[in-house]
Design a protein around this ligand. Sequence first.
Ligand code: GDP
Ligand code: GDP
Length: 436
Amino acid sequence: MTLPTIAIVGRPNVGKSTIFNRIAGERISIVEDTPGVTRDRIYAQGEWLTRKFNIIDTGGIELSDEPFMTEIRAQAEIAMEEADVIVAVVDGETGITDADEAVAQILYRTDKPVILVVNKVDNPERRMEIFDFYSLGLGDPYPVSAVHGLGTGDLLDAIVKELPMIEEEDDEDVIKFSLIGRPNVGKSSLINAILGEERVIASPIAGTTRDAIDTHFTDETGQEFVMIDTAGMRKSGKIYENTEKYSVMRAMRAIDRSDIVLMVINAEEGIREYDKRIAGFAHEAGKGIIIVVNKWDTLDKDNKTMQQWEEDIRWEFKYLDYAPIMYVSAKTGQRLGKIPDKIKEISASQKLRITSSVLNDVIMDAVAINPTPTDKGKRLKIFYATQVAIQPPTFVVFVNEEELMHFSYMRFLENQIRKAFVFEGTPIHMIARKRK
Ligand code: GDP
Ligand code: GDP
């Protein structure tokens, strides 16, 4: 889903991450939290008055070896490139500094809406002092106290008013996917090799400005695909492009817009922390996932190599046991032809609907092999289950008491559902609900 994006800019210590957490914290969580998956606080989703948006804290994108002024200028440039609305934060306690002026100078170049926020206005007497900030030339200052939550409602009203309505041309039949991975794992080589296959026809469909950089193509069966552009695929030579945090942020944005994510791992390097964070984000977002081990040609292989890789991957990505693994080479073309077919299979799993009667047979059989848990003499009772959504498949299990449904039992039910039906490559959401 493509949502409008807000970016927060400003020099260090003005309170950007406090504001970010406050805005992202208003988010109504609809999926259950997955234990062990940490959320990255550079990029999140927010919601205010039914408008949903993405929010980026550019302060989290560090350029460690660059001078201070270069870093904050780069952050302002990222905001201008990525966002629909820019929130420029200054500190009401310290007043205007040279660094604030430098940020303002950069922001004069954008025609996107900029909202000036004076933070740390913790008590009403200070509200008079905010008029000094008109001299920044960024319009009316909005006084807030992010730590106390004062003024944030008015600020969000102002932000939401500026958010563009993005035309959703979500075509159900088109499969959107992205290749995610660290720099140099071979993402561009893979997409070029996939597009170079005879069975694939690249179509120069002119998208909206927003998705114009995405690649559209059709396979021999007429299935349409959109490959969503990510960082590192089109390098423009900006200083921040090779930083890990920027690449994480771009990856998260691409994942949000994708149905299916191809997690590309470099066989020469193995699995890295970055891969786990990004995969965790895709899993939590309910996206389809394929683990692609690229540069398979570089390994000295014997008959145990693939099995060893599989064991390592399953160990490192414990919650991704449903994700298929493909061992490929962009260089030799090995197994590349199978990628579009695998994407189609996963897309089918994401859209699979199970009728309630068949589902309940599976659930009742499951309960018969592994009786429901008890707690303090009380036993969990399962009345029935039903599928309430697809993409990802979401099941609600109606029970006597929600608290009696343990994570491990839910996991068992999920595994039984997976054994009975083909849900390859897709997370499944399981929700316990008290029967009224
Ligand atoms: P960032 O570097 O711009 O992301 O700033 P942080 O959000 O990390 O905040 C920097 C410091 O300012 C922290 O110690 C915060 O607790 C403090 N701070 C943030 N918002 C407020 C506020 O509204 N009032 C006051 N008094 N302090 C704040
Ligand atoms: P990206 O940064 O993830 O887009 O990676 P690139 O596609 O630019 O590839 C990085 C480097 O790895 C280039 O030098 C490629 O030629 C090389 N490369 C990519 N795929 C393969 C592969 O399957 N085998 C080998 N040996 N090299 C590869």
